[in-house]
Design a protein around this ligand. Sequence first.
Ligand SMILES: Nc1ccn([C@@H]2O[C@H](COP(=O)(O)OP(=O)(O)OP(=O)(O)O)[C@@H](O)[C@H]2O)c(=O)n1
Length: 403
Amino acid sequence: MRIYKVGGAVRDRLLGRPVTEVDWVVVGSSAEEMQAKGFRPVGADFPVFLHPVTGEEYALARTERKSGRGYGGFTFYASPEVTLEEDLIRRDLTINAMAEDERGQLIDPYGGQADLAARQLRHVSPAFAEDPLRVLRVARFAARYAELGFSVAPETRALMRQLAESGELLALTPERSWKEIARALMEPRPDVFLQVLRDCDALKELFPEIDRLFDETLPFEDGTQAGKHTLEVLHRCAAHAQPLTVRWACLLMPLGQTADLDAPSSETARTSPIDIVSTRYKVPRDCQELARLVGEFYSLGHQAMSLPAQTLFDLLQHFDIYRRPERFEQFVACCAMDAQSGHEGHAYPQAEYLRGAAEHVRAVQVKPLIEQGYKGAELGEALKRERLEAVRQYQRLYQDNAN
Ligand SMILES: Nc1ccn([C@@H]2O[C@H](COP(=O)(O)OP(=O)(O)OP(=O)(O)O)[C@@H](O)[C@H]2O)c(=O)n1
């Protein structure tokens, strides 16, 4: 058997970037031989094994045939006769289809090095179409390497468009799509991810709600276009190292509709476009929750300084700032990312104001109320009154400082 280093590790070493994960391909071996050598199989019908010591992935060289729609529709053909070149040709991009042998010798049958130099994300062969997830992968690589000058090759964009138009993106499992989306949002240029998807008409398949924003104008005096603004907000999120929850909420923010703070719960929110998108990709709870709250309340965040005490208090209560301080902080971050995008250098005093209000309200102690004899529901009511009073006091202090 012969073992080669493949994929991202080879690409990133040539790019001079840190290598975090190494994948290997094994030629001339079989599942039986791998197991006899102590490698652990990853899945029942998947020719991938984990190294007994390093835990790195070793895949038998394989060719792939498509037998149906979606990921479940793959069959793999792995056999000792499959050559390295046959394995590499079915990979997504030329820059990912290079291998390195034990002596560090590069094997590059499909022009990966030339495309690294030309800064091109180019598919290797028509086998690209075997896995529609690659449309998202290419957009993700574009988001990662945009700052190095990479772009999608025109013929690859055309193939991505064909895949988007075929409707196959909708057959991907939510889990696979979300994994790519989440990784792409965490890249240095998440805005490029969206832009690449839009350029090949995949955005309207994956996120029709976001795609429509590119036809809408925001109610800003300068006629800012909603889609373009969203791209700027995402770029800013990356520049400010915001977490995934914030980036996801910022992406969906323009789909929000201001909610009524008096409403008993977010009943209506469940059918809002924000929730529909979060549900489509089965996004983790913290992302879904923040996106919903941000969509409902960001306009109140922008108006923080002119909110009546009761409204500001209700907002803090709604966010449960006592038990979920980080979630409120992320809400404030979303508001700031939104307001400052396209207005470079503008201050956003609302952020400090909201943080200060939350801190002031959190400082209200329950102990003195208990000492005064309050208990049960009455204690709850008394605590609320004290907290509302703390908001009023905070507002007076703020006004006094401003004058
Ligand atoms: N849908 C896919 C997934 C993976 N690959 C191939 O498998 C390799 C390893 O995949 P993965 O670990 O997902 O990506 P990396 O290229 O290592 O990139 P990353 O740095 O994002 O992990 C890729 O380089 C590519 O050759 C592919 O062709 N098509």
